[in-house]
Design a protein around this ligand. Sequence first.
Ligand SMILES: *Cc1c(COP(=O)(O)O)cnc(C)c1O
Length: 223
Amino acid sequence: MSAADRLAQIRSQISEAESAAGRAAGSTKLIAVSKTFEGSDILPVIQSDQRLFGENRVQEAKSKWPALRETAPDIELHLIGPLQSNKAREAVELFDVIHTVDRDKIAAALATEMRALSRTPKLLVQVNTGLEPQKAGIDPRETADFVARCREHHGLSISGLMCIPPADESPGPHFALLAKLARDLGLAELSMGMSGDFETAIAFGATYVRVGSAIFGKRDYPA
Ligand SMILES: *Cc1c(COP(=O)(O)O)cnc(C)c1O
Protein backbone atom coordinates (compact mmCIF):
# COMPACT_ATOMS: atom_id res chain seq x y z
CA MET A 1 0.00 0.00 0.00
CA SER A 2 1.28 3.50 -0.79
CA ALA A 3 1.47 6.35 1.70
CA ALA A 4 -1.41 8.01 -0.19
CA ASP A 5 -3.54 4.87 0.28
CA ARG A 6 -2.66 4.66 3.95
CA LEU A 7 -3.50 8.36 4.35
CA ALA A 8 -6.96 7.75 2.84
CA GLN A 9 -7.47 4.89 5.28
CA ILE A 10 -6.47 7.04 8.28
CA ARG A 11 -8.82 9.79 7.15
CA SER A 12 -11.75 7.38 7.06
CA GLN A 13 -10.80 5.95 10.48
CA ILE A 14 -10.76 9.50 11.85
CA SER A 15 -14.23 10.19 10.43
CA GLU A 16 -15.57 6.96 11.93
CA ALA A 17 -14.02 7.74 15.33
CA GLU A 18 -15.52 11.25 15.28
CA SER A 19 -18.93 9.92 14.47
CA ALA A 20 -18.67 7.12 17.09
CA ALA A 21 -17.79 9.77 19.69
CA GLY A 22 -20.70 11.97 18.64
CA ARG A 23 -18.29 14.65 17.49
CA ALA A 24 -18.64 16.96 14.50
CA ALA A 25 -17.13 15.70 11.25
CA GLY A 26 -13.81 17.44 10.69
CA SER A 27 -13.33 18.43 14.34
CA THR A 28 -10.07 16.44 14.49
CA LYS A 29 -7.10 17.80 12.55
CA LEU A 30 -4.63 15.23 11.21
CA ILE A 31 -0.91 16.03 11.49
CA ALA A 32 1.15 13.73 9.24
CA VAL A 33 4.39 13.16 11.17
CA SER A 34 7.13 13.09 8.53
CA LYS A 35 10.21 12.91 10.78
CA THR A 36 13.02 10.76 9.33
CA PHE A 37 11.31 10.67 5.89
CA GLU A 38 12.68 12.46 2.86
CA GLY A 39 11.10 14.94 0.51
CA SER A 40 10.44 12.21 -2.05
CA ASP A 41 8.40 10.28 0.55
CA ILE A 42 6.53 13.39 1.68
CA LEU A 43 5.62 14.81 -1.73
CA PRO A 44 2.95 12.18 -2.60
CA VAL A 45 1.28 12.93 0.74
CA ILE A 46 1.23 16.66 -0.03
CA GLN A 47 -0.22 15.75 -3.44
CA SER A 48 -3.01 13.86 -1.64
CA ASP A 49 -4.04 17.21 -0.14
CA GLN A 50 -2.49 16.68 3.27
CA ARG A 51 -1.46 20.11 4.60
CA LEU A 52 -0.50 19.68 8.29
CA PHE A 53 2.88 18.05 8.90
CA GLY A 54 4.83 17.34 12.09
CA GLU A 55 8.57 17.22 12.65
CA ASN A 56 10.40 16.66 15.91
CA ARG A 57 13.76 18.25 15.13
CA VAL A 58 14.40 21.84 14.14
CA GLN A 59 17.50 21.05 12.05
CA GLU A 60 15.85 18.25 10.14
CA ALA A 61 12.80 20.39 9.41
CA LYS A 62 15.03 23.22 8.24
CA SER A 63 16.78 20.95 5.76
CA LYS A 64 13.54 19.53 4.29
CA TRP A 65 10.68 21.99 4.49
CA PRO A 66 11.69 25.23 2.78
CA ALA A 67 11.72 23.35 -0.57
CA LEU A 68 8.62 21.28 0.20
CA ARG A 69 6.66 24.35 1.23
CA GLU A 70 7.08 25.74 -2.27
CA THR A 71 4.92 22.91 -3.59
CA ALA A 72 1.81 24.16 -1.76
CA PRO A 73 1.19 27.62 -0.31
CA ASP A 74 -0.92 26.53 2.64
CA ILE A 75 1.26 23.92 4.34
CA GLU A 76 1.23 24.16 8.14
CA LEU A 77 4.33 22.88 9.91
CA HIS A 78 4.10 21.62 13.51
CA LEU A 79 7.03 21.18 15.93
CA ILE A 80 6.19 18.16 18.08
CA GLY A 81 9.65 17.43 19.56
CA PRO A 82 11.52 19.02 22.46
CA LEU A 83 12.83 22.52 21.90
CA GLN A 84 16.08 23.99 23.21
CA SER A 85 16.20 27.70 23.84
CA ASN A 86 19.15 28.17 21.46
CA LYS A 87 16.89 26.86 18.66
CA ALA A 88 13.98 29.13 19.52
CA ARG A 89 14.70 31.61 16.73
CA GLU A 90 14.83 28.93 14.03
CA ALA A 91 11.73 27.29 15.46
CA VAL A 92 9.77 30.55 15.30
CA GLU A 93 10.98 31.11 11.74
CA LEU A 94 10.05 27.63 10.54
CA PHE A 95 7.01 26.42 12.42
CA ASP A 96 3.36 27.49 12.41
CA VAL A 97 2.48 25.57 15.57
CA ILE A 98 4.80 24.59 18.47
CA HIS A 99 3.39 21.79 20.67
CA THR A 100 6.22 21.52 23.18
CA VAL A 101 6.36 24.62 25.38
CA ASP A 102 7.15 23.13 28.80
CA ARG A 103 9.34 25.47 30.85
CA ASP A 104 9.91 29.14 31.54
CA LYS A 105 13.23 29.28 29.73
CA ILE A 106 11.58 28.14 26.49
CA ALA A 107 8.57 30.41 27.00
CA ALA A 108 10.89 33.40 27.50
CA ALA A 109 13.03 32.52 24.46
CA LEU A 110 9.95 32.09 22.26
CA ALA A 111 8.50 35.40 23.45
CA THR A 112 11.76 37.20 22.59
CA GLU A 113 12.03 35.65 19.13
CA MET A 114 8.35 36.14 18.32
CA ARG A 115 8.74 39.84 19.04
CA ALA A 116 12.00 40.07 17.08
CA LEU A 117 10.62 38.25 14.05
CA SER A 118 7.03 39.56 14.25
CA ARG A 119 5.78 36.02 13.93
CA THR A 120 3.16 34.39 16.16
CA PRO A 121 3.16 30.61 15.87
CA LYS A 122 0.34 28.95 17.73
CA LEU A 123 1.61 27.51 21.04
CA LEU A 124 0.66 24.43 23.02
CA VAL A 125 2.01 23.35 26.41
CA GLN A 126 3.35 19.80 26.68
CA VAL A 127 2.21 17.97 29.82
CA ASN A 128 4.08 14.94 31.18
CA THR A 129 0.89 13.09 32.18
CA GLY A 130 2.81 9.94 33.16
CA LEU A 131 5.39 11.88 35.25
CA GLU A 132 8.13 10.03 33.33
CA PRO A 133 11.58 11.39 34.32
CA GLN A 134 13.05 10.93 30.82
CA LYS A 135 10.15 12.65 29.08
CA ALA A 136 9.65 16.34 28.37
CA GLY A 137 6.57 18.17 29.58
CA ILE A 138 5.34 19.96 32.65
CA ASP A 139 3.99 18.15 35.71
CA PRO A 140 0.17 18.03 35.43
CA ARG A 141 -0.09 19.64 38.89
CA GLU A 142 1.97 22.63 37.72
CA THR A 143 0.19 23.11 34.41
CA ALA A 144 -2.30 25.75 35.52
CA ASP A 145 0.43 27.90 37.10
CA PHE A 146 2.69 27.49 34.08
CA VAL A 147 -0.05 28.45 31.60
CA ALA A 148 -0.80 31.50 33.74
CA ARG A 149 2.89 32.49 33.74
CA CYS A 150 3.08 32.02 29.96
CA ARG A 151 0.21 34.46 29.58
CA GLU A 152 0.93 37.00 32.27
CA HIS A 153 4.69 36.96 32.65
CA HIS A 154 5.84 35.99 29.14
CA GLY A 155 2.93 37.58 27.25
CA LEU A 156 2.27 34.41 25.25
CA SER A 157 -1.09 33.20 24.09
CA ILE A 158 -1.50 29.46 24.77
CA SER A 159 -3.94 27.57 22.54
CA GLY A 160 -3.94 24.12 24.07
CA LEU A 161 -2.16 21.15 25.63
CA MET A 162 -0.20 18.19 24.25
CA CYS A 163 0.82 14.84 25.75
CA ILE A 164 2.63 11.61 24.88
CA PRO A 165 1.36 8.88 27.23
CA PRO A 166 3.83 6.29 28.59
CA ALA A 167 4.42 3.61 25.93
CA ASP A 168 3.59 0.74 28.28
CA GLU A 169 0.33 2.08 29.71
CA SER A 170 -3.21 2.26 28.47
CA PRO A 171 -3.49 5.78 27.00
CA GLY A 172 -7.12 6.49 27.91
CA PRO A 173 -6.50 7.82 31.45
CA HIS A 174 -3.73 10.10 30.13
CA PHE A 175 -5.98 11.50 27.41
CA ALA A 176 -8.75 11.99 29.99
CA LEU A 177 -6.36 13.87 32.30
CA LEU A 178 -5.15 16.14 29.49
CA ALA A 179 -8.74 16.83 28.41
CA LYS A 180 -9.72 17.75 31.97
CA LEU A 181 -6.74 20.08 32.41
CA ALA A 182 -7.56 21.81 29.11
CA ARG A 183 -11.24 22.12 30.00
CA ASP A 184 -10.44 23.62 33.42
CA LEU A 185 -8.11 26.15 31.78
CA GLY A 186 -10.48 26.99 28.94
CA LEU A 187 -8.00 25.81 26.30
CA ALA A 188 -9.44 24.67 22.97
CA GLU A 189 -6.73 22.54 21.41
CA LEU A 190 -5.83 19.01 22.54
CA SER A 191 -2.85 17.41 20.76
CA MET A 192 -2.95 13.71 21.60
CA GLY A 193 -2.99 10.36 19.85
CA MET A 194 -0.44 8.73 17.51
CA SER A 195 -0.56 5.80 15.04
CA GLY A 196 -1.49 3.25 17.70
CA ASP A 197 -4.08 5.20 19.66
CA PHE A 198 -5.49 8.10 17.64
CA GLU A 199 -9.01 6.65 17.66
CA THR A 200 -8.94 6.46 21.46
CA ALA A 201 -7.64 10.04 21.58
CA ILE A 202 -10.53 11.20 19.36
CA ALA A 203 -12.98 9.55 21.77
CA PHE A 204 -11.42 11.69 24.54
CA GLY A 205 -11.65 14.91 22.52
CA ALA A 206 -8.37 15.23 20.57
CA THR A 207 -8.42 18.19 18.18
CA TYR A 208 -4.98 17.32 16.75
CA VAL A 209 -3.80 13.73 16.20
CA ARG A 210 -0.14 13.15 15.27
CA VAL A 211 0.16 10.14 12.98
CA GLY A 212 3.52 9.05 11.53
CA SER A 213 4.21 5.38 10.85
CA ALA A 214 0.60 4.51 9.97
CA ILE A 215 0.95 6.90 7.00
CA PHE A 216 4.64 6.84 6.05
CA GLY A 217 5.52 3.29 7.16
CA LYS A 218 8.09 2.07 9.62
CA ARG A 219 10.92 4.50 10.37
CA ASP A 220 14.39 3.17 9.50
CA TYR A 221 16.01 4.82 12.47
CA PRO A 222 14.62 6.18 15.72
CA ALA A 223 13.77 9.86 15.63
C1 LIG B 1 7.04 10.37 16.21
C2 LIG B 1 5.97 11.05 16.94
C3 LIG B 1 4.62 10.83 16.63
C4 LIG B 1 4.16 9.85 15.57
O1 LIG B 1 4.36 8.52 16.02
P1 LIG B 1 3.77 7.27 15.22
O2 LIG B 1 3.66 6.21 16.25
O3 LIG B 1 4.75 6.95 14.14
O4 LIG B 1 2.45 7.67 14.68
C5 LIG B 1 3.67 11.54 17.33
N1 LIG B 1 4.01 12.44 18.29
C6 LIG B 1 5.29 12.68 18.61
C7 LIG B 1 5.60 13.67 19.67
C8 LIG B 1 6.31 12.01 17.95
O5 LIG B 1 7.59 12.26 18.30
